[in-house]
Design a protein around this ligand. Structure first.
Ligand SMILES: Nc1nc2c(ncn2[C@@H]2O[C@H](COP(=O)(O)OP(=O)(O)OP(=O)(O)O)[C@@H](O)[C@H]2O)c(=O)[nH]1
Ligand SMILES: [Mg+2]
Ligand SMILES: [Zn+2]
Length: 332
C-alpha cells in the first residue's frame, strides 16, 4: 500500500547565513559588508554570539575591523556573527603597560601607518617605537607618517623633522612627511595606500580623520581642534571604521590612543623587534646578551658611537622593563 505522503509541518524559517567583511566596530555592534557587495554598499549590523578568544590574551573586542566573518540572519531581522575566519595578521594594543586587557586595532591589513606629529601635539618617540616594535612582532609592515609639517616653521623644527626622518629611514622604515592642511606630501601617501588595506593609528589629535577626509572626497568624518591647554587631542573618533578608497584599497580610521602598551613579550625577544639593535647584536660576545650590562656588547658599543640612537635604545629598555620589571628598570 502506498504510504500517503503527509505534508511536513511548516518548519521554523531557517536562519540565512552569509559571509562578509567587518567594516565597523562600535563596541556594541559590528557592521558587516556581505561578500559580493561593492565596497561602500549595503551592510548588515551584527551582534556577536559565542566566545571568541585569542590564545592567552583577553581582548575587549573579540571581533575586529578587517575580520572575515560568518553571519547568521534570523527571520526577525537580527544578525549574529557566529564565526571568524583565521586572520592573516592583526595588531593588538594593550591599553597601558600594566593593563591585561588588550584590543585588536584591526586584522588582515597590508600595512600599519603610524600618524605622528612633531608639534601640536608632539608624539613621543617611545610611542613611535612601541608602535613599530608591535608591528614587527606581528610582522605587519609599518610606515611613519608625519603630519602637520605646515606647523614646522622654525629652523629648529625643520632640523627636528630631518633628524626624525633620517633616524627611521636608516633603520629601514618608510617615512612620509606631509600636511593634510596644505596638501604637501599627500601624493606620496596616496601612492602608498593605493590598492592596499591600511590601518591608521596614532595619538588623538594628530589628524588621522582629517587625512582620511582628504583622501576620500565626500567623506565627512568628525575632527576637532586639539586642546590649547594640554596640547592634546579630544578623542574625537570613538570607534574603528574601514573606508573604501576611490580607485581601490581601504583605510581604517581608529580612535586616538594615549599610550601604546606593547603586548607581553618575552624579554629575549624584545631586541628582535628593533631591527637595528637586532642587527648590531650579531656582534655581541654572548648569545644571550640583554644589551644592558654585558661585557663585549656590540649594541652598547654602537650606542656609544651613535650608530644606535639613544631614543631607540631608551624605548628598547622601556619595553624590556615591561617584559621583566624585576630585572630591568625603565630608563625614565
Ligand atoms: N596645522 C595643521 N592642522 C591639522 C593638520 N591635519 C589635521 N589638523 C588639525 O588637527 C586637529 C585634529 O585632527 P583630527 O583629524 O580630529 O585628529 P585625529 O587624529 O583623528 O584625532 P582622534 O580622532 O581624537 O584620534 C584638527 O583641528 C585638524 O584640523 C595639518 O596637516 N596641519
Ligand atoms: Mg579621528
Ligand atoms: Zn649585547
Amino acid at each position: 500500500m502506498a504510504k500517503k505522503q503527509s505534508r511536513k509541518p511548516t518548519a521554523a524559517p531557517e536562519a540565512r547565513r552569509l559571509k562578509g567583511l567587518v567594516v565597523k566596530n562600535t563596541g556594541a555592534w559590528y557592521t558587516v559588508l556581505p561578500e559580493g557587495e561593492e565596497p561602500g554598499g549595503a551592510t548588515v549590523n551584527c551582534k556577536i554570539k559565542g566566545a571568541f578568544r585569542l590564545k592567552g590574551i583577553r581582548t575587549t573586542n573579540p571581533v575586529a575591523v578587517g575580520d572575515i566573518v560568518e553571519v547568521a540572519l534570523a527571520a526577525d531581522g537580527s544578525a549574529w556573527i557566529t564565526e571568524i575566519e583565521p586572520r592573516a595578521n592583526y595588531i593588538i594594543r594593550r591599553a597601558s603597560n600594566l593593563s591585561k586587557e588588550a584590543s585588536i586595532l584591526a586584522s588582515n591589513v597590508d600595512q600599519a601607518l603610524l600618524v605622528a606629529t612633531l608639534k601640536h601635539p608632539a608624539t613621543a618617540t617611545t610611542f613611535i617605537d612601541r608602535f613599530l616594535a608591535t608591528a614587527e612582532a606581528y610582522r605587519v609592515p609599518a610606515v611613519v607618517v608625519i603630519n602637520k609639517i605646515d606647523l614646522l616653521t622654525e629652523p629648529e623644527d625643520r632640523e627636528l623633522l630631518e633628524a626624525v626622518e633620517t633616524l627611521y629611514t636608516q633603520i629601514g622604515y618608510r617615512v612620509v612627511p606631509l600636511s593634510a592642511r596644505t596638501g604637501e606630501g599627500m601624493a606620496a601617501l596616496r601612492e602608498l595606500l593605493a590598492g592596499k588595506k591600511s590601518l591608521f593609528s596614532g595619538n588623538s589629535g594628530v589628524g588621522k580623520s582629517t587625512l582620511i577626509n582628504e583622501l576620500i572626497p565626500g567623506l565627512d568624518l568628525r575632527t576637532a581642534e586639539i586642546s590649547d591647554i594640554h596640547d592634546q587631542g579630544m578623542h574625537t573618533t570613538t570607534f574603528s571604521e574601514m573606508f573604501p578608497l576611490p580607485g581601490g584599497g581601504w583605510i581604517i580610521d581608529t580612535p586616538g590612543v594615549r599610550g601604546f602598551g606593547t603586548i607581553e613579550m618575552n624579554p629575549k625577544e624584545v631586541s628582535h623587534y628593533f631591527p637595528e639593535i637586532f642587527k648590531a647584536a650579531e656582534g655581541c660576545r654572548y648569545g644571550d646578551c640583554s644589551h644592558t650590562i654585558e661585557p663585549g656588547c656590540a649594541v652598547l658599543d654602537a650606542l656609544r658611537d651613535h650608530r644606535i640612537a639613544h631614543s631607540r635604545y631608551a624605548s628598547y629598555m622601556s619595553i624590556l622593563a615591561d617584559a621583566a620589571p624585576d630585572k630591568y628598570r625603565k630608563p625614565f
